[in-house]
Design a protein around this ligand. Sequence first.
Ligand code: IPE
Ligand code: IPE
Ligand code: MG
Length: 294
Amino acid sequence: MSWIREGELTLLERFCANIIKAGPMPKHIAFIMDGNRRYAQKCQVERQEGHSQGFDKLAETLRWCLNLGIREVTVYAFSIENFKRSKNEVDGLMELARQKFTRLMEEQCFLNVCFAYTSRHEISNAVKEMAWGVEQGLLDSSDVSESLLDKCLYTNNSPNPDILIRTSGEVRLSDFLLWQTSHSCLVFQPILWPEYSFWNLCEAILQFQVNHSMLQKARDSYVEERKRQQLESDQAAVTEQLLREGCGSSRDSQLRRILLHKRSSGREERVQGFLQALERKREEWLARLGTASS
Ligand code: IPE
Ligand code: IPE
Ligand code: MG
């Protein structure tokens, strides 16, 4: 039987889900699932049991998201820093992750798992990839931009999260999706992750809805600003080119338009070529990793 799909919402939950769905809904929610060990301590169960219930809570949360029409979920399951925990705890977490994620993946759900992840590692890796692209002659250094960095992140196929939820009352991001959440609604909830409920999720969505127009405005103006900056730098480069070629006084706006278009389509072509090369490089790396671990 399906783990995510088993169990329906209660009548009351369905009723509230329908009311919430009348407002703007998030398409993508990210969770920092925190508080498993405090939960275990509180309930006087083994630490591993707290982690196990945390994984089960994820399946339940995915079911609520599915019922609410939320198509994408990203979770912070294990940070690079978490390797510093005792060997016993790390081994236990690895074993749980193997079992539980295998089961979740079988359901081909809408889940991105950040495991052995930190955001700063992801961002510095993206910077290194762009430097590699320039070194290989695939990119011009002027192609390096925020939007190219976006495309080099592991999350490049997903829209940025609309909401980032952290449980257990901690009010820090612990190096999670720092780049992707600049315009997300950040929700910090005191509940420990294994105790997370449908109502906690509704509360977070309501916070998003209350702040929706401000978030949207901030997002739109960022996109506009990015476009404006790109255009400005392209225009400056075209002026420089015209000066170099002795046509500095050219008022021929059609020539300027042609050069601008040439510049942006040239960049687009280089970026596509670079991203394809990057994908191949990552696939080769994964294949090597697979061979080494088998
Ligand atoms: C989150 O719960 C799960 C992982 C980090 C793997 P914690 O294990 O951090 O539990 P607390 O925050 O110490 O209660
Ligand atoms: C963050 O939780 C990572 C995960 C939830 C996987 P931690 O509990 O490890 O974070 P810090 O160390 O308290 O910031
Ligand atoms: Mg914690």
